[in-house]
Design a protein around this ligand. Structure first.
Ligand SMILES: Nc1ncnc2c1ncn2[C@@H]1O[C@H](COP(=O)(O)OP(=O)(O)OP(=O)(O)O)[C@@H](O)[C@H]1O
Ligand SMILES: [Mg+2]
Length: 268
């Protein structure tokens, strides 16, 4: 996993805040007063959120409240009309190699796995590493290791149609991790699964978060995920509710750095 000190902050440190006297981890992702409309629909309407290195943040809220739009912004698949989205302090709008950010810094897992049907599990993971410096042999080996990490080593040769929904979703997680992203973005990854498969998938995220300190932002309605995450924020009509307090003189530099809003629940 990432080798720099900023990306290897242990989850326990990141989620503990300053309450125990330790310095909280710095923010890795910041959404600052973002507005984004599709025609007349204001999908995000003044959204502010800060995610620390190594933190697992759940995002819940009613259908149409802007959750997927928020994730799209964090993945740089969407761009705000107003406001800023920052990765390690840098405004994504000013980033030169956004393609690199999309491909290497973030990993994406969606509700439907989006695996390529005619490729087996291993090839589906390998494909994420095309265009990197890794040799074919190295890609092959790493795909095997990733499938092993999500307990699918024995199914590496199966195509998506020959796997269960939960197994496919774990292949999708392995694929999202292929390039050692600093952040894993997941949009209802357990939404299409039965409870047992969903529990397996949550378990994979939990292990990753604990052992690798991977930062996770996950849209979910799943109570098990809400329990596993460090905190859950609620989006309503394009805003995190209630809004974080405005920055005070003694507060951190930006509103996004402010303490979690009352609606945010810390579980870990
Ligand atoms: N490409 C688009 N074109 C037009 N409107 C869109 C588009 N994408 C999203 N919207 C609208 O923006 C709003 C927010 O959508 P979004 O998909 O972010 O909601 P959501 O919270 O993810 O909902 P769900 O829980 O149903 O997935 C909705 O009103 C939706 O209809
Ligand atoms: Mg959605």
């Amino acid at each position: 996993m990432p080798s720099t000190p900023r990306t290897s902050v242990p989850a326990a440190l990141a989620s503990s805040g300053a309450a125990d006297g330790r310095v909280p981890a710095p923010p890795i992702l910041e959404v600052v007063d973002v507005h984004l409309s599709y025609g007349t629909v204001a999908a995000l309407d003044g959204t502010t959120l800060s995610v620390r290195e190594g933190e697992w943040v759940g995002v819940s809220g009613p259908s149409g409240s802007g959750k997927s739009t928020l994730l799209g912004l964090l993945a740089a698949l969407e761009h705000p009309d107003r406001g800023e989205v920052r990765f390690r302090g840098a405004d994504l709008a000013r980033k030169r190699r956004l393609d690199r950010y999309r491909r290497l810094d973030v990993g994406l897992v969606f509700q439907l796995h989006n695996l390529i049907p005619h490729l087996d599990a291993r090839a589906n993971v390998e494909i994420a590493m095309l265009g990197t410096h890794l040799s074919r042999t190295a890609r092959h080996r790493r795909a095997g290791e990733l499938l092993d990490a999500v307990d699918l080593a024995s199914l590496a040769g199966r195509r998506p149609a020959e796997m269960s929904g939960g197994e496919r979703q774990r292949v999708a997680i392995a694929r999202a991790l292929a390039n050692r992203p600093a952040v894993l973005l997941a949009d209802e990854p357990t939404g299409s699964l039965d409870p047992a498969s969903a529990a397996n998938v949550v378990d994979v995220f939990t292990r990753l978060h604990r052992s690798e300190g991977t930062t996770i932002v996950m849209v979910t309605h799943d109570a098990a995920v809400a329990t596993a995450a460090d905190r859950v924020v609620v989006l309503e009509a394009g805003r995190i509710h209630p809004a974080p307090p405005p920055p005070a003189a003694t507060a951190p530099a930006s509103a996004a750095d402010a303490a979690p809003a009352p609606a945010e629940r810390r579980t870990g």
